[in-house]
Write a protein that binds this ligand. Structure first.
Ligand code: ZN
Length: 265
């Protein structure tokens, strides 16, 4: 539940086709307060490049509109002063000068600051009670699981992504909406960096076509073929090299999740 804009996330898949080994799962639990929601919205307003893009779009469109109106203003002033005072030339000059003034002045009008203020006023006065309290967020290669006192959601990486704003990570899952994870939820800076790095990797992997996702998933894991149990580690085809069974990423991931983990040595 965010009122402010967040930056769009871009896939890094072209730069990093086969990442190093990833942990199987990351889990954090924390207590969210009303101030957290206000804080993350303030950070979004402060940091998002989307506002600058909106300001640039405003400047461009007001300049274009004024340019389009310039001949109309010039001709209108010429006709007005011409008919009433006989001063056609003066009228045209006056109209053109006024048009040029608008061309310079209108794009300078700052409409974005007002939008920012409105967004913050909205969040400060909102009833945030259903969004606060004990929260748990778990993430793995399949997606994100979020549990709050009022709801529980399991989201695939196809519909969720993670971004940063101020002291928070944002799990974006709806148009402009999301869950937040405060930086304080992590025991160390390394854990915090890991969470963002892995979540981005998982999200990025989920944007790939099926065969690429399989190759990426088995690149650093021992995963058994569901039919013949052949170890698919390092395989880069979409069928088992041993028995030819077509490989489906969702089946491999859920079979892997169901397999008990070997105890740590
Ligand atoms: Zn096989």
């Amino acid at each position: 539940m965010l009122f402010a804009r967040t930056a769009p996330l871009r896939s890094t898949r072209r730069e990093q086709p086969y990442p190093p080994a990833m942990p199987e799962m990351i889990e954090v639990s924390f207590e969210l307060t009303r101030d957290d929601w206000i804080g993350v919205n303030e950070a979004c307003v402060r940091e998002s490049p989307a506002w600058e893009a909106a300001a640039a779009a405003h400047r461009k469109s007001s300049r274009r509109t004024t340019l389009f109106m310039l001949p109309v203003i010039t001709a209108g002033a010429a006709v007005f002063l011409g008919r009433s005072q006989g001063m056609y030339i003066e009228g045209a000059l006056l109209g053109a000068a006024f048009g040029l003034f608008l061309l310079d002045a209108l794009p300078r009008v700052n409409v974005i600051d007002k939008q920012k203020r409105d967004a913050l006023t909205q969040v400060r006065s909102a009833d945030l009670s259903e969004y606060v309290g004990a929260t748990t967020v778990k993430a793995d290669s399949a997606g994100v699981w979020i549990r709050t006192p009022t709801r529980e959601m399991k989201l695939a990486w196809a519909v969720a992504s993670v971004s940063k704003a101020g002291d928070y990570f944002i799990v974006n899952y709806a148009n402009g909406g999301g869950a937040i994870v405060p930086r304080r939820a992590f025991a160390s800076e390394a854990d915090r960096d890991d969470f963002f790095k892995q979540a981005t990797e998982w999200w990025s992997a989920a944007q790939l076509p099926g065969p690429d996702r399989i190759a990426r998933y088995v690149a650093d894991r021992d995963v058994a073929c569901l039919k013949c149990a052949y170890n698919l580690r390092g395989v880069r085809t979409d069928s088992c090299p041993e028995c030819g069974t077509p490989l489906l990423i969702d089946e491999l991931v859920s079979a892997q999740a169901a397999t008990p983990r070997r105890p740590a040595q």
